[in-house]
Design a binder for this molecule. Structure first.
Ligand code: CA2
Length: 145
């Protein structure tokens, strides 16, 4: 049987991961996280396609692409767009692919403005607060749904 394809989409500023604010986001870079996910995906019989963009439209296009490629799930860390983007909310609702919201930090334990999530309102579920391991936990969830 073919491997389940999982898109892992990362939004604004996440290209800086591991380089700034390690107290909040940890020391792992996005490449480190991609390597961890690739490793785990192999044992789960999954294929990872991981991307990052600072542009909202790229995230929207990639979500539509995931749908047309028949992806089994999308892991989405939309960065700050999580808290502002109605377009992401609409995109998640417009596709059949289940979206799992991922955050390194726990937005609920931070500033008030991070407590609202447009992504979370439309996502299948959310995993937050476990640093880079949030992505691994989200992948495990994707394997179960
Ligand atoms: O905890 C998360 O994963 C966040 O999605 C990260 C976003 C933040 O706006 C969300 O509320 C929670 C920020 C991403 C910025 O990434 C940086 C990485 C390194 C240094 C500075 C920012």
């Amino acid at each position: 049987m073919a491997n389940k394809l999982v898109y892992v989409l990362n939004g604004p500023n996440l290209n800086l991961l591991g380089l700034r604010e390690p107290d909040i986001y940890g020391h792992d870079t996005l490449d480190d996280i991609a390597a961890m996910l690739e490793d785990r995906a192999q044992t789960l019989g999954m294929e990872i396609d991981m991307r990052q963009s600072n542009h909202e439209g790229h995230l929207l296009d990639w979500m539509h692409e995931a749908q047309s490629k028949g992806a089994a799930a999308i892991l989405l860390n939309a960065g700050a767009l999580t808290h502002t983007s109605v377009a992401l909310y609409d995109a998640i609702r417009s596709i059949k692919v289940p979206v799992i919201e991922v955050h390194l930090s726990n937005p609920h334990a931070r500033e008030e403005f991070r407590r609202h999530s447009y992504v979370g309102m439309a996502a299948k579920g959310s995993i937050a607060g476990f640093g880079a391991k949030s992505y691994l936990l989200a992948l495990e969830a994707a394997a179960l749904i």
